[in-house]
Ligand binder design. Structure first.
Ligand code: NAP
Length: 259
């Protein structure tokens, strides 16, 4: 399918690896020029080079922490006018409700609620002025159904979801859509580190930890960054202009809910 976005320009934050990279690759395949970001310059430059070579699109890489004001300022300056924004950042650490104080919540809110909101605040006016724009926020399955040990994530991402619910209706008259993509477990470094936690806690090897998790998913496997990226690119496409304020779950059926 021609996504109708060839020649558009996208900013994908936290995109040297994993789900962010999956989104960047799928947008590049559709002919979209990219601004990529991550903290580590080496992996970021390598990803940018791979994408340039594979898809022949223009790729700008900015090594910066997207959760800080200074980092965002540098990314936004390099990005300039973008048509598509995909927001992403690392997820908060797991733990118990009794572990977390104000500073832990502030860090989670900065990364998973206030950073995407700041990026939207900066980039929505240009999209509105040009009469076309797409925003996809990578959130989590934990927005639909809480993951108890990820209380910081449950809290921060639900705040972002509430913001998007209202704001998406305010910008839709201008040809700009905002939607959220909710990953369940996907095969990335983050999944490996979650499996390591299970392996250590339960005294089993990594293969057993993964097999146990896979057994709880109707697809009996983890999702891939490629599948995730393809869904993201479709939501960013010309064809998805009537999709507004939605929370699209990609979890292999793991969330047991009718709607
Ligand atoms: P990942 O494989 O660990 O990749 C994270 C990417 O984000 C890397 O490129 C990393 O590069 C970059 N990054 C992290 N913190 C950053 C920051 N502060 N500023 C800029 N870049 C940053 O993680 P993932 O699995 O793709 O997960 C992406 C998001 O989806 C996370 O918020 C995660 O919690 C959420 N999620 C993932 C899953 C899953 O199963 N994978 C499920 C539900 C939700 P640097 O480290 O070099 O900065």
């Amino acid at each position: 399918m021609d996504l109708g976005i060839k020649g558009r320009r996208a900013l994908v934050t936290a995109s040297s690896k994993g789900l962010g990279r999956g989104c960047a690759e799928a947008l590049a395949e559709a002919g979209v020029d990219l601004v990529l970001n991550a903290r580590g310059a080496e992996a970021l430059e390598a990803t940018a080079a791979d994408i340039r070579a594979a898809h022949g699109v223009e790729v700008t890489a900015v090594a910066a922490d997207i959760t800080t004001e200074d980092g965002r300022a540098r990314v936004l300056e390099a990005a300039g006018a973008v048509d598509i924004l995909v927001t992403n950042a690392g997820g908060p650490p797991p733990g118990m409700w009794s572990d977390w104080g104000r500073s832990d919540f502030i860090a989670a809110l900065d990364a998973n609620m206030l950073a995407p909101i700041a990026l939207m605040t900066a980039l929505l006016p240009g999209m509105i002025e040009r009469g076309w724009g797409r925003v996809v926020n990578i959130t989590s399955q934990s927005v639909k159904a809480p993951i108890p040990q990820l209380g910081l994530s449950n809290a921060a991402r639900t705040g972002l979801t509430g913001y998007v619910a209202g704001t998406s209706r305010q910008v839709a008259p201008h040809g700009v859509t905002i939607n959220n993509l909710l990953p369940g477990i996907h095969d990335t470094d983050r999944a490996t580190s979650l499996d390591q936690g299970v392996s250590q806690r339960e005294g089993v090897d990594m293969a057993t930890a993964r097999a146990r998790r896979e057994a709880t998913i109707p697809t009996r496997r983890y999702g891939t960054p490629e599948e995730f990226g393809a869904a993201c690119a479709f939501i960013c496409s010309q064809h998805a202009g009537f999709m507004v304020g939605q929370n699209v779950l990609l979890d292999g059926g793991a969330t047991n809910a009718t709607i």
